[in-house]
Each structure stands twice: as C-alpha cells, then as structure tokens.
Design a protein around this ligand. Structure first.
Ligand SMILES: NC(=O)c1ccc[n+]([C@@H]2O[C@H](COP(=O)([O-])OP(=O)(O)OC[C@H]3O[C@@H](n4cnc5c(N)ncnc54)[C@H](O)[C@@H]3O)[C@@H](O)[C@H]2O)c1
Length: 289
C-alpha cells in the first residue's frame, strides 16, 4: 500500500492507545520510515512511562521529534529537520472538557474555544503549509475526524471543530492539488484512547455505536481498521482521492431509524402482529367466560 522506504511524519502520539501509534506501526510494518511527533519532551516521557508493552529496543528504534502545533516556530523547525517526506498524519485534537464538552454549548470560556479550534482544526493548515516544502514530488496529508453532520451528546465544541476541520480539508485539497499533494480526513467511529476518555459519557457513545452499526464495531480492536484506512489514504493506491472525508465507522452514521442488530423483534409483519393481538384477545375472552 505504500512504497517501501517512503517517509511519513506521524503527529499525535500520546501512548500506545493513540490512533497515531496504530497508524505509525502499520506504516513501519509496510516498510515505511516514520518520524513520530509528541507535543513536548514531557509528553515523550509520558509515552515511555505508559508504554509498558514496548520493549526497550522498540522504544530506541522510534524516531521522535517535539512539536506543539500551536507554536508556529515548532512546526517550522519540525519540517526543517525531516528531509523529504511522502506524507503526514495529523492525528491531533484537544478541547478543554470542563468548558468545551459537557451539558451545554454555552460557555463564556472563549479562550478555551479558541484553543480547541487552534489545536483541533487550524493547526492542520499550519502543518500542511510547512510540510509542503518537503513534498516536492507530491504527497498525502491525512487528518482524523468524527461524524460532524450530526450533533452528539456532550461532544459540543469538538463537533463544531470537526465540521470546520472537514471544510478545511476541502479547502487545502483545492489549494495543494497543483503541487500534487492530497488532503483527506478519515472519520472514525469511537475508539478507546486518552482523547476519547475526556469526552463525558464516552461509554454511552460506544454502546450506542454497537447498537447502530451495521458492521460490528469494536472500540479497541477496530483502531487497526482505522489505521489501515489511514495507510491507504497516505499510500499509492489513493492517488486520485483528495478533499474527502472517508468514513471508517462500521457504517453507523449511514443508518437512520435505528433497530439493528439484526433488525430486532419490533419488525414483526403487521399480519403477524394482528394475529398475535387476536389470539391474546381470544385467550382473555375465554378466561372471562
Ligand atoms: N478516539 C476516538 O474515538 C476518535 C474518533 C474519531 C476521531 N478521533 C480523532 O483522532 C485524533 C487522535 O486522537 P486519539 O483518539 O488517538 O487520542 P490521543 O489522546 O491519543 O491523541 C490526541 C493527540 O493530540 C495531541 N495534542 C493535543 N494538543 C496538542 C498540541 N497543542 N500540539 C501537538 N499535539 C497535541 C496529544 O498530545 C495527543 O497525542 C483526534 O483528532 C481525535 O479527535 C478520535
């Protein structure tokens, strides 16, 4: 799916649960070189502390750079060090859960709203701008979204940012097409990661997905399927796809009128229902008699 020896910058590593980690590993397994970015040196220490499942050799083999996407100089520095690259995964998002997620859309915490927009949306434009210099032969930029055409409980300002992110993907795809650089989003179903845990009642969202997804959805193991789609979009078999939001969500957001799995008991035919009602009536009448 990717050219052997191609190089990708994978941004948004927090721990081995991160979508960025799943995608980075997949790229490496396919013969790619991966430059992972963490937000700060402190975050790198956290990554090492929390990644007990990685051997010392595995940790030593990973190339890390630091990059806080809200600091333009750090983004510039990052891409000044990478050399030529074939693509970037922007797997980054943040909204203060105390103010931007929760019961009500209203919050007077405008600085938090701005910060969430900067990190979760606008940073894709900054990253794309500086990455472009490193993709002289063309390339692919992929970001992560969550269904933004519907309103989900408690997702509040993050939902707004995902809608904006998808609009930004279209605008960037339009601008960078002439450089043969593609820009797309993968809209994933709910996955158990640190970012997800900060969404109030995430477990409810995950349960809902299980009920409404035509394909079985597993919040832990389907990270691999999302990573597969990321790799496809970064690689050589998606060369004419740009400006798109590709849904990797088990089909859940395509489903209306709920029921499933598998179209449940309510769907008895009206004739069967009527017969059941008649039989019940008869039984009651017989009892009375
Ligand atoms: N987990 C899900 O259910 C799910 C579903 C759809 C989309 N997504 C999106 O996937 C992306 C990755 O999230 P994840 O679920 O892997 O969680 P995660 O917590 O592992 O990753 C989020 C990353 O964003 C980074 N980040 C936050 N602020 C930053 C900043 N200023 N500079 C640089 N990095 C910063 C964090 O350090 C972290 O590495 C996010 O955009 C998220 O909204 C997640």
């Amino acid at each position: 799916m990717i050219e052997k020896g191609s190089t990708y910058v994978v941004m948004g590593l927090l721990n081995t649960d991160s979508i960025a980690y799943a995608a980075g590993r997949m790229l490496e397994d396919m013969g790619g070189n991966v430059i992972y970015t963490v937000q700060s040196e402190r975050m790198k220490r956290i990554f090492f502390d929390r990644s007990k499942d990685l051997t010392e050799e595995q940790k030593a083999a990973m190339r890390f750079e630091y990059c806080d996407v809200t600091v333009e100089n750090e983004v510039r520095n990052l891409f000044s060090k990478t050399g030529a690259i074939d693509g970037v995964l922007h797997s980054i998002g943040f909204a203060n859960p105390k103010t931007c997620l929760g019961d009500s859309m209203y919050t007077p915490a405008y600085e938090d709203i701005k910060q969430a927009f900067h990190i979760s949306c606008a940073s894709l434009a900054t990253v794309s701008h500086f990455a472009l210099e490193r993709m002289k032969k063309g390339g692919s930029i992929v970001t992560l979204s969550f269904e933004s055409q519907m309103a989900f409980p408690y997702y509040n300002w993050m939902g707004v940012n995902k809608a904006a992110l998808e609009a930004l993907v279209r605008a960037l795809a339009r601008e960078y097409g002439r450089e043969h650089v593609r820009v797309n989003a993968i809209s994933a179903g709910p996955l158990a990661t640190k970012a997800a845990k900060s969404i109030p009642h995430f477990a409810h969202l995950a349960r809902t997905w299980k009920k409404i997804s035509p394909l079985p959805w597993d919040v832990v193991n389907d990270k691999k399927e999302v990573a597969n789609a990321v790799v496809f979009m970064l690689g050589m078999y998606s060369k004419k796809i740009t400006g798109q939001t590709i849904y990797v969500d088990g089909g859940a957001t395509n489903v209306g009128g709920v029921l499933l799995p598998h179209e449940k008991p309510l769907m008895r035919t009206p004739a069967k229902k009527a017969a059941k009602k008649k039989a019940k009536k008869k039984a009651v009448a017989k009892k009375k008699f």
